[in-house]
Design a protein around this ligand. Structure first.
Ligand code: SIN
Length: 493
């Protein structure tokens, strides 16, 4: 059966929820795998939301820190938008009912994270910020009369009509359906599940990105993958995050010999930009066998400030109040993705993107801490507001309306064994430290898998971009780099 909707949003993390809410009163069909944001990376986010809320802070300083972390590879117009709209976004979230942590006198408590020159991060429930914000927005969406929310749905195809994307194909657990929409928004998150270890949820496998690429959408900066230096070192796959805010509260990284990992490595020490800390941790683990984050003995109100980290550690028999926490690097955030403009439009009319899947260039070569939930709110709401103002049935107002409907799908998924091969290859070659040789070999490993599953083709695209970019910049670090002035500046930062 075919049904027609003005706007279809795929994904119920903060970007999808904000887009859907802001599109009012135009009707929205929101599709997600699970209910209430469960399974989204937003829900797991511990870091908070960056905004220049303090009198002593400025939009310009937030812009400068974002550009510095991004190694200047950022789209400066989008960065300016992000930082300028940030304070109003915090106020909007408060109006939705999000209670950000305060000092008891009603003043926001501002935390500090890597790459920020000042304390600028607002939290809700300490490190449970993503959970609190997602839950509140999900309740607002559930109450919104212009939104119909269907969960337990897998979007496995895009509908193309003429030169436009005109809907999606869904699998509702056995039965399939075509849903037509004048505007389709992908807010399906990142690609961490293509790597051996990640802080992302298992569903963050790049399926939305692969689908849009199969439909011919342009991509940007696919090689820029951020690795978090401190995932809890308890195996492989989706690992609990140990938030950077803990280093903001004084925790220190030590290698297997007890030496401070960031000693003499950067003027900001343990709070250096994330790419720099991740490379040091990656190297220290190889050289000394282990890295720990020592927060023991700090005067921290653990249950109030870090309930998520505390619970994850205790679940694995580690009491961080008295013991060092074993940590490892893990794929954390994809700066690259579907090329979008400052509203969220992709290169294909009718197809839009918000959140981690989108690449407007706002994060440059390395995202500044706590700018990702901010991006979801700022650009999700911008996109929703734009779509909300579009004339009804815009996809039907052109010659495309008479063109035949065409279904674009990605084809089969890799089986379990092939996924293991892919993750190992991506981890070895496209991790925090890369070489041309490693990238070439990984590409050769994936070549025979390309016909067996879309994940291998997506992996190949990422490897090819990483191979082509010979200079180190931001999170893309080539030890065999061809030195350019911009990479030299990054190295010196
Ligand atoms: C963290 O809490 O360390 C992560 C924050 C972020 O990714 O922005």
């Amino acid at each position: 059966m075919v049904r027609d909707w003005p706007i279809i949003v795929v994904g119920s993390g903060i970007a999808g929820l904000c887009t859907a809410l802001a599109a009012a009163p135009r009707p929205v069909l929101l599709l997600s795998r699970r209910r209430d944001g469960v399974g989204s990376a937003s829900m797991l986010a511990q870091g908070g939301i960056a905004a220049a809320m303090d009198n002593a802070d400025t939009i310009e300083a937030h812009v400068a820190d974002t550009m510095r972390a991004g190694a200047g590879h950022n789209d400066s117009h989008c960065v300016q938008l992000l930082a300028t709209i940030a304070p109003a976004s915090i106020h909007w979230l408060q109006a939705q009912g999000v209670a950000f942590d305060n000092d008891g006198d009603g003043n926001l408590q501002l935390g500090r994270e890597g790459g920020h020159g000042v304390a600028r991060i607002v939290h809700a429930g300490g490190d449970a910020t993503g959970l609190r914000v997602t839950t509140m927005l999900a309740a607002a969406v559930a109450a919104a009369t212009h939104i119909e929310w269907r969960s337990d749905v897998e979007v496995d195809g895009l509908i193309r009509r003429g030169g436009r994307i005109a809907g999606v194909h869904v699998d509702n657990g056995g039965s399939s359906q075509t849903l037509l929409g004048s505007d389709v928004v992908l807010a399906t998150g990142g690609i961490g599940a293509l790597f051996p270890s990640t802080t992302n949820p298992p569903g963050a496998n790049g399926a939305g990105l692969a689908l849009a690429l199969a439909a011919g959408a342009a991509s940007r900066d696919l090689e820029f993958v951020q690795f978090h230096p401190t995932a809890l070192d308890v195996g492989a796959g989706s690992l609990p995050l140990v938030t950077e805010a803990l280093r903001g509260a004084g925790a220190r990284l030590r290698d297997g010999t007890g030496r401070l990992v960031m000693a003499d490595a950067h003027p900001l020490g343990d709070l250096a930009p994330r790419d720099i800390v991740a490379r040091r941790v990656w190297q220290a683990r190889r050289e000394t066998g282990a890295v720990t984050l020592d927060a023991s003995g700090l005067a921290i109100d653990w249950p109030r400030m870090f309930p998520t980290v505390l619970a994850a550690c205790l679940q694995h028999g580690i009491d961080p109040r008295w013991m060092p926490i074993p940590v490892t690097t893990a794929a954390h955030f994809h700066m690259g993705g579907l090329q979008t403009d400052d509203i969220g439009r992709t290169s294909i009319p009718g197809l839009h993107a918000a959140g981690e899947i989108a690449c407007s260039g706002v994060h440059g070569a390395n995202r500044l801490a706590s700018n990702s939930l901010l991006e979801c709110v700022v650009f999700g709401r911008r996109l929703g507001a734009y779509l909300g103002k579009q004339p009804a049935a815009s996809s039907h107002a052109s010659n495309d309306a008479v063109a035949a409907l065409e279904l674009v799908m990605c084809g089969p998924c890799l089986d379990h064994e092939a996924m293991q091969l892919l993750r190992d290859a991506m981890g070895h070659a496209a991790g925090p430290i890369r070489t041309a040789k490693g990238l070439r070999e990984a590409s050769e490993t994936l070549a025979p898998l390309a016909g067996r599953g879309w994940q291998a083709r997506l992996g190949q695209s990422i490897l090819a971009c990483a191979y082509r970019r010979q200079a180190s910049i931001g999170a893309h670090w080539r030890t065999d780099e061809v030195i350019t002035s911009s990479s030299a500046a990054t190295t010196a930062a």
